[in-house]
Design a protein around this ligand. Sequence first.
Ligand code: SF4
Length: 318
Amino acid sequence: MTKNLPPPIANLIPVTAPFSPEQRAWLNGFFAGYLDLGGVSITPLSPEESANLMAGVVPSAKGPLGDGDDGEAPWHDPSLNMPDRMKLADGRPLRRRMMAAMAQQDCGQCGYNCEDYSNALVLKKEERLNLCVPGGKETARMLKKLAEEFGSETASAAPSPATEPVATPQSAPGRSRENPAVAKFVSRSRLNKPGSEKETWHIEFDLAECDLDYVVGDSFGLFPTNDPALAEAVLQAIAAPPDFPIGGRTLREVLIDGVSLAPAPDMLFQLISYITGGDRRQKAKALAAGEDPDGDADTLDVLALAQDQPRPSVAHRR
Ligand code: SF4
């Protein structure tokens, strides 16, 4: 009598490799199929499964996204700096490391809390890598690095706040970043003692007329607009017409509520490196890479850059 034994499992991924057992099993199957190992029963991964695997999302495993993560987030502490947070998230799935790259305030300014934002990025429900306001450039750069590291399309597809229009509102007012409700600002008072390095504010809003059902514990994001006078100054500095069309809106409208005008984004430094030469180009390239060759990076807002650089010929391309 003979007995049909199951084909041997190919162990191509060392047990010391930084993968969960489920990820290792998938990878063993993937590479065994890729290398055409005889006698091994392989079910090839679909393109979506492969992408999820690279992102750390494995449907058969435990955890909220099925990636075997234990759900603990020791980095979720706003007082920790970026290197310490990334160290604590080392070896975790991509979505967890992306979360660690964020500012951990659960402030809602990205339109999510930190965990939901990172999940949305990995699941490609959100493409923008620069929404973490308190995390600023440091978070945006780390998210971009993580996305690139995994060959994610997220990085290349991410729109820039300096070039992309605000998305069409899809939900009820107050339910998303794209469609905020208008609330009345009442007051603010600083909670720190004079001379304190920290800056913490108590801010009050009147929600009576904005139809929000906010309860204590909900995230409450604020989306300020730029001063129209600042937008005008930028328009003058780049000699562009206010009604220049961008994504169905005017350039003036976009400059007021579609982009941040301070500090200057890395992409603007990158653009300047393309249109200048010599030392100016080298400095712009360094600034775009997150360096600060002259120690003045903190002072370089969009207006300062626009006034100091050769004018891009926006008006001539109309
Ligand atoms: S903006 Fe979003 S990701 Fe950044 S700290 Fe606030 S909730 Fe977290």
